[in-house]
Design a protein around this ligand. Structure first.
Ligand SMILES: Nc1ncnc2c1ncn2[C@@H]1O[C@H](COP(=O)(O)OP(=O)(O)OP(=O)(O)O)[C@@H](O)[C@H]1O
Ligand SMILES: [Mg+2]
Length: 229
């Protein structure tokens, strides 16, 4: 296998992906997800993180330490993206309707992180309602900051979302202080000295594998279309 190639469940994967992370509510883990997904994808191919949030949280995270991929703002993006790189886009909370339409249609996958609490779920419902009127890329809801056992909040919200039929990542991200330490240190969570750092990283690895599996689906569909045309 050549550089930048790797396997997901035994399948070679190099398909370049544009993944956008968005939500209507602030503080649900968008930036943390964008950073760790970019770190995961960088293990497979050159990856660029575009910080499209005027708060520039991802750029600030990168400036504090060291990350294995480049972070740029939306104005610099054109100069860095190559046809072969994965691109992850971090966005501001509560995007205006036109921005949301653009974000949702100009990516291969939209990730909607949500925490398992009622305010975040209300915002998620609003987001899904907005998306319903748009010709959008596939999207997946990601449960983040799932509180540890014995809390049942994560499992209860997952069950509830599954009954709605909304698309949900099988994996979720647990709530670990290691993620806050990573943000402070400007690194990915696997570089943090914390007993739960590796568990936190493995949560994002599981999500990353689902993302790559979706990319392979998209690739499969487009080659089927090419054959059919
Ligand atoms: N899995 C997690 N476990 C514990 N803390 C987390 C986790 N994910 C994110 N956090 C913390 O929660 C806070 C919000 O996370 P983050 O900045 O990623 O959210 P956001 O959706 O990008 O916020 P904003 O809408 O302000 O851009 C941060 O302090 C972050 O360190
Ligand atoms: Mg953010």
């Amino acid at each position: 296998m050549g550089p930048g190639q790797a396997q997901v469940n035994g399948v070679a994967c190099t398909h370049p992906m544009i993944v956008t992370v968005a939500s209507f509510k602030g503080g649900v883990g968008k930036t943390t997800t964008a950073i760790h997904l970019a770190a995961f994808l960088q293990g497979y191919a050159e990856t660029l993180l575009i910080d499209a949030d005027p708060n520039q949280s991802a750029l600030a995270w990168a400036s504090r330490g060291e990350l294995p991929f480049i972070v740029v703002d939306q104005w610099q993006a054109g100069a860095f993206a190559t046809p072969h790189s994965h691109v992850v886009i971090d966005t501001p909370a509560r995007p205006v309707a036109e921005d949301l339409a653009l974000l949702a249609t100009s990516c291969d996958l939209l990730i909607l992180p949500t925490t398992p609490d009622i305010l975040a779920l209300d915002a998620l419902a609003l987001m899904v309602q907005h998306l319903a009127g748009l010709p959008i890329a596939p999207y997946r809801i990601l449960l983040t900051m799932i509180p540890p056992y014995p809390s049942r909040a994560g499992a209860e919200v997952r069950d509830m979302l599954l009954t709605t039929g909304l698309p949900l990542f099988e994996s979720g991200i647990r709530r670990y202080a290691a993620f806050q330490k990573a943000a402070l240190a400007g690194t990915a969570v696997y570089d943090v000295k914390d007993a739960k750092a590796e568990l936190g990283w493995q949560d994002y690895v599981a999500v990353g594998k689902e993302v790559l599996a979706l990319a392979l689906d998209v690739e499969g569909q487009s080659s089927e279309e090419e054959i059919g045309s």
